[in-house]
Ligand binder design. Structure first.
Ligand SMILES: Cc1cc2nc3c(=O)[nH]c(=O)nc-3n(C[C@H](O)[C@H](O)[C@H](O)COP(=O)(O)OP(=O)(O)OC[C@H]3O[C@@H](n4cnc5c(N)ncnc54)[C@H](O)[C@@H]3O)c2cc1C
Ligand code: SF4
Length: 283
């Protein structure tokens, strides 16, 4: 089961141009958050913003659609998302919180929800939107890709960052410059090499680009909460969907990449275990 347990797999896209203009893929994350905020399903959410516009993601509590949309787009560096949960529940006083999280952060959040000492914080998270994740990079690695490898004066010159079609892409003045993914190996954070989860298996709803055409997202609804908010946003006309079987490359590619990550990182876990290095448990 390389994709974990899910109810339904769909290809989907926001119907709102103002979201599509800034979103990474089909704008599913931002659409779901905006809908959940408008309907009172959540009172606010923790997302990854870039207050200094320098691509460094900063965990940010948002309570309006405008703030959700301002934080759209992928930043390929670690955002310590869970560190903002206390701020969301204490300073902001939120009782119903949404969280956008990478698979490892979703696991941390599920563990926090399972243990009583995080009561009054993790208990208040009632919507977990997971994003697919093959690996993540320290800011210094992104700076190296931009300057030493792609010839930019600075990473801040880039207006978009993406990974797809075997390359790490940076866009400057409307022109895309790509670096072969094999050239990024060794620059990822070392913890990612023992990670077994590609598609946020423990989220309420998971989404990413792989499997769907450009500008669309592949969505896996997993829990009752995730299925209900996704279906309601579709019924409200905020998201359009296509059956996964009707799109190319479809689920086979997603399954292949998820399995590939598990197999590669299992080998690395075994290598590290042989050296006596402690490795995190698998969930
Ligand atoms: C490090 C990383 C690696 C990824 N690898 C893959 C991959 O291999 N395959 C794939 O299909 N998809 C991958 N994704 C997911 C993909 O890039 C999009 O985030 C996803 O498809 C959602 O797009 P959207 O248009 O629905 O979201 P949008 O509407 O654009 O919203 C994106 C949301 O993600 C949040 N966010 C941005 N950066 C981060 C971050 N670093 N940590 C936590 N939250 C963040 C934003 O705050 C925003 O709320 C990766 C994402 C990250 C952060
Ligand atoms: S690869 Fe795994 S450990 Fe690394 S950021 Fe992604 S989910 Fe987290």
């Amino acid at each position: 089961m390389p994709l974990g347990t899910y109810k339904e797999a769909l290809s989907a896209r926001s119907t709102e141009q103002k979201i599509l203009d800034v979103s990474q893929d089909g704008g599913i994350v931002s659409s779901l958050l905006c809908y959940a905020l408008d309907e009172g399903i959540i009172e606010g959410a923790v997302v990854a913003g870039t207050p200094d516009e320098d691509w460094r993601p900063i965990p940010t509590v948002v309570t309006s659609s405008d703030e959700v949309i301002a934080a759209a787009g992928t930043k390929y560096s670690m955002s310590p998302t869970l560190s903002a949960l206390k701020e969301a529940t204490r300073q902001y006083g939120l009782e119903k919180v949404g969280v956008v999280a990478t698979p490892c952060q979703v696991q941390g959040l599920r563990k926090a929800k399972a243990y009583p000492f995080t009561r009054f914080v993790a208990d208040k998270v009632n919507l977990i939107i997971g994003i697919y994740c093959m690996e993540n990079f320290p800011m210094a690695s992104l700076d190296t890709f931009a300057t030493a490898k792609l010839g930019f004066d600075s990473l801040t010159d880039a207006s978009k960052m993406d990974i797809g079609k075997g390359k790490f892409w940076l866009t400057k003045d409307g022109e895309d410059k790509g670096l072969a993914i094999k050239e990024t190996h060794g620059y990822e954070q070392a913890g990612c090499n023992v990670c077994q989860d590609y598609v946020a298996e423990w989220a309420d709803v998971s989404t990413g680009s792989v499997g769907s055409p450009d500008g669309w997202s592949t969505v896996l609804t997993r829990t009752d909460a995730g299925e209900s908010v996704f279906k309601a946003a579709v019924d409200a006309g905020l998201i359009e969907t296509k059956p996964m079987d009707d799109v190319k490359p479809g689920l086979p590619l997603l399954e292949k990449l998820a399995k590939g990550k598990k197999d590669k990182n299992t080998a690395e876990r075994e290598r590290r275990a042989k050296m006596g290095v402690r490795i995190p448990a698998i969930y």
